[in-house]
Design a protein around this ligand. Structure first.
Ligand code: KG4
Length: 338
């Protein structure tokens, strides 16, 4: 049996995972960094320092939990980008050192491919995986894309945001409401108790399958600014309704282009991925659309929506099987085009 070790260090989570050649996950260890909480966002310098502290224990624990010896590993897959340069350097250098020490191939993984291929992580041999071609709505803190997937190593972005990502829209609007970072999950929680029809915020009018969220952010900010002039307690009194209305607007914007792409391409299988795919309303909207149109929807387990090395290991497995290895001199990329 072949075993692939995946290493993820693109932002503020240090993660390592082991997957076998069938795609069955044997371990997935994640060390999240608490150090950023006081700063309202990820501080790059602190993130790379924490990766240095975490990477050896996280990788050792992933190999231990997989129940294998490190000499049984067949390849080391690592996130080469996109991400924070300092964070990527830690995972990249560590992976190179380990691949050299074990004398096994090195496989570089595009972090965004990893998110899309998270649907191929098998928790056991019978876990169903998507059939090709499928469309994936990839929504995270840094990206909002519609990706057409024709094979594990063949994918094309057919639509993407021209400004903010969906996660940024959640986080920036949450910040305007005085909520801590990241605001997305808090908006999700508050929204469950609010009236989504109470407030209206502007939606973009742009061509094709592209997204834009900057207008929504401005419209949200102006609504709050005007209302606060009349009532300084406006946010506190209307927290849940604001969150529900904001969330509904974001979901409407996402679904408008995603459903257009589904109709135009005629795919029978759809999926969502990335941090924002943990959002209850996004998950419900996609599942409901699939049910109404008799499509198969892949909604990831919440553990696989945020950054994790299991998705890097599975994406690495496909490249490994294709013999697509990475040169030892390859630098990380902070920005990568799929
Ligand atoms: O994929 P991810 O972990 O990393 C980045 O791309 O940075 O995504 C993080 C993003 C953040 O913007 C966070 O607010 C958002 O995902 N997020 C959510 C939820 N959980 C995470 N947004 C809305 N609802 C959620 N439940």
């Amino acid at each position: 049996m072949k075993y692939i070790l995946g290493i993820e260090s693109s932002c503020d989570d240090t993660s390592a995972a082991v997957i076998d050649e069938r795609g069955v996950l044997l371990s997935n260890v994640i060390a999240s960094q608490k150090v950023h909480e006081d700063f309202g966002g990820v501080v790059p310098e602190l993130a790379s320092r924490a990766h240095q502290q975490n990477i050896v224990p996280v990788v050792s624990e992933a190999i231990r939990q997989a129940g294998i010896d490190k000499n049984a590993l067949s390849a080391i897959a690592f996130t080469r980008g996109p991400g924070l340069p300092g964070s990527l350097h830690v995972g990249t250098s560590f992976s190179k050192g380990l691949a050299l020490a074990l004398d096994v191939p090195l496989v570089d993984v595009n972090h965004l491919h990893g998110h899309v291929l998270a649907h191929f992580i098998k928790e056991d041999i019978n876990t169903p995986v998507p059939e090709f071609p499928f469309l994936c709505l990839l929504v995270s803190g840094g990206n909002s894309q519609i990706v057409r997937v024709d094979a594990p190593t063949e994918m094309e972005i057919i639509g993407q945001t021209i400004d903010d990502a969906a996660g940024e829209a959640f986080d920036k609007c949450a910040k305007v409401m005085g909520l801590p970072y990241p605001g997305g999950p808090i908006i999700d929680r508050l929204a469950s108790e609010g009236d989504a029809k109470r407030f209206r915020f502007s939606k973009p009018h742009i061509d094709g399958y592209n997204y834009s969220f900057s207008g929504l952010k401005t419209s949200f900010l102006y609504t709050l600014r005007d209302a606060l002039k009349e009532d300084p307690d406006f946010i506190e009194k209307n927290k849940a309704d604001l969150a529900a209305s904001l969330q509904k607007t974001i979901v409407d914007i996402l679904m408008d282009k995603f459903t257009k792409a589904i109709r135009d391409t005629g795919v029978k299988t759809i999926a969502i991925a990335g941090g924002v795919s943990a959002n209850s309303a996004v998950r419900n909207a996609v599942a409901e659309y699939a049910r109404r149109h008799r499509l198969t929807a892949f909604i990831p387990k919440r553990t696989f929506t945020t950054d994790n090395a299991a998705m890097i290991a599975v994406a690495g497995l496909y490249k490994y099987l294709a013999g697509d290895f990475c040169d030892i001199t390859a630098p990380p990329f902070s920005r990568v085009i799929i």
